[in-house]
Design a protein around this ligand. Structure first.
Ligand SMILES: [Zn+2]
Length: 324
């Protein structure tokens, strides 16, 4: 046997290729900010911008013309408070963005996914309501559920095709499902970030979304990097609570967990190639240490090969152009 026989030409290699990536598998994150005509580059994420709603519509039109599958929307509100009221304000920044995107014929071709969390809207930067006990601080799980559910309903009413809770509170999927159903939004699917690890690779995102915790960290609610069985339990619980799809994050340092989830569950699975994965590659591209085109596509095909059906990635537009 000579394995090299089938590697001799690009056409042979293409014929026997096991994994495909397509722009339709990509979800492109957008960070919406107040104002008009604003495109503010995130310094730690070259090529990623905070955009005002009018610019977001332009981004969406471009994404649609590249046949990208969807957008994941985050918000940078005008002001923040202790409870994150901007998250469920019907006039909040993402709600405004959703309404504008729904008016654009091009943007309508995209699946509009709204991130549901409080950390971008709270002054303290945690994903829920903090409670102090002595010197330490914890996030109070159950009162937070109510606020997340209100946010999800508000975003779905503004036009979100899918809501995506990313907070890692216990029981949030059930609370959100109930609230959506009560608001006659039974057809709105939930993409749950069921398997979200407390990761150093989120660093640049916190600049992009202005959501760094002002005290402590998120290890009290996000998962420990060492645990993969726990990730499968998280996914199982979220599916029992009514999640329609699962999102796993980060991607690259956790591809074994993506594979384990793929083997265990038949539901649609996405993986988020997070900011640190993107920035790390961008830094190497800028130094001339890696070939941008090849490294970008290889990083994405690795995530698909691990078992993700779709990938949230800041490379979505660039990769879509390459895939043509
Ligand atoms: Zn959060």
């Amino acid at each position: 046997m000579r394995m090299r026989r089938l590697r001799r030409s690009e056409s042979l290699r293409a014929l026997v290729r096991e994994t495909a990536i397509d722009p339709g598998d990509f979800v492109y994150p957008l960070f919406l900010c107040p104002g008009e005509g604003i495109r503010r580059e995130v310094s730690s994420m070259p090529g990623v911008f905070n955009v005002s709603v009018d610019e977001a519509v332009r981004e969406a039109e471009q994404a649609a013309s590249l046949a990208i599958g969807g957008l994941l929307l985050f918000g940078l509100p005008e002001s923040k408070d202790e409870r994150g009221t901007g998250a469920w304000d019907d006039n909040g920044i993402v709600q405004q963005g959703l309404r504008a995107l729904k008016k654009s014929a091009a943007a309508k071709k995209l699946v509009l996914i709204a991130d549901v969390c409080l950390c971008e809207y709270t002054r303290h930067g945690h994903c829920g309501i903090p409670v102090k006990s002595g010197d330490t601080c914890d996030v109070d799980n159950d009162p937070t559920l109510d606020l997340l559910a209100r946010s999800a309903v508000s975003l779905a009413q503004a036009g979100a095709d899918v809501v995506a809770p990313s907070d890692m509170m216990d029981g949030r999927v059930a609370a959100i499902r109930r609230a959506l159903d009560d608001a006659s939004l039974a057809n709105t699917p939930i993409l749950s970030y069921a398997s979200k690890f407390a990761s150093a690779f989120y660093g640049p995102f916190r600049e992009a979304a202005d959501s760094a915790p002002q005290f402590g960290d998120r290890r009290g609610y996000q998962m420990d990097a060492a645990n993969s069985r726990e990730a499968l339990r998280e996914i199982e619980l979220d599916l029992d609570e009514g999640a329609d799809m699962i999102l796993m994050k980060p991607a690259m340092p956790y591809l074994d967990v993506v594979r384990a989830a793929r083997d265990r569950f038949g539901v649609p699975l996405g993986a988020y190639q997070v900011s640190g994965e993107y920035s790390m590659l961008q830094a190497a591209f800028q130094k001339g240490w890696l070939d941008p085109k090849r490294a970008m596509l290889e990083s994405l095909i690795g995530i698909r090969r691990a078992g993700a059906d779709f990938i949230v990635t800041y490379f979505a537009k660039e990769a879509a152009k390459l895939l043509g």
